[in-house]
Design a protein around this ligand. Structure first.
Ligand code: TIU
Length: 223
């Protein structure tokens, strides 16, 4: 067991029942030329989360924590993409359209894959998700339950969209979630702040918030 200094109070976890969940660290969101930029966003704000998330990923691997990665995207024929999602935004380059890194948010394309710093290693499940939440229309819950996982340490992008949606879904399924604030990022500084505040308000209504430094300190002393 170990305890992370966190808000609203310490987050207790057992490394054997804890998974690190890396949400949507895809080139489409984090790198210039992807879907995130197509939506008019400054992707450099998201890149900030990569170095601390890399430190957490390496430490988790060293301590044999379960590591899971997710990617948002769709089948090449877009049959799993709701027409409403495709139409949203009236974009000139939207889901399925050609972009500088292949078809936007389409599985198998360069832009859909995970940035090299955080690339999955063999044995780490990669969950392809059609929605914002990682539990919607995926086998994530089965994968976690089959390994006896009860606690999730969450990194990823973007904080108020796929991270928050996933944490809310996890909360309703009985998981305790710790969000590491320097390992999650938003295109909007005000949303980053609000999304983290929403998780930890009201006694931790959706979970806990800490940072990579405090989590790594706790992991180093965990037994
Ligand atoms: N646009 C935005 O902030 N996010 C997404 O579309 N997906 C994720 O957050 N992964």
């Amino acid at each position: 067991m170990a305890a992370v200094n966190a808000e609203p109070y310490e987050f207790e976890f057992d490394p054997k029942t804890t998974a690190l969940v890396m949400i949507d660290f895809q080139r489409d969101f984090v790198d210039p030329g992807g879907f995130g930029e197509a939506l008019g966003n400054d992707v450099s704000l998201l890149r900030r989360a990569v170095p601390p998330a890399e430190r957490v990923l390496k430490a988790a691997r060293a301590r044999a924590l379960m590591v899971i990665h997710t990617r948002e995207g769709h089948r090449p024929d877009l049959s799993d993409c709701p027409p409403a999602k495709k139409a949203r935004g009236r974009l000139t380059a939207g889901i399925g359209d050609p972009g500088p890194m292949g078809r936007i948010l389409v599985r198998g394309e360069e832009g859909h894959d995970i940035v090299k710093e955080l690339y999955p290693e063999p044995g780490e499940p990669v969950v392809d998700k059609p929605g914002k939440g990682a539990f919607f229309a995926t086998d994530l819950d089965s994968i976690l339950k089959n390994r006896g996982i009860r606690q999730l340490v969450v990194c990823g992008v973007t904080t108020e969209v796929c991270v928050n949606t996933t944490v809310r879904e996890a909360n309703d399924r009985g998981y305790d979630c710790l969000v590491l604030e320097d390992c999650v990022a938003s295109y909007f500084p005000e949303f980053q702040k609000a999304a983290l505040a929403m998780v930890k308000a009201q006694g931790g209504i959706f979970g806990w918030v800490s940072d990579s430094k405090r989590f790594l300190e706790a992991l180093a002393t965990a037994r």
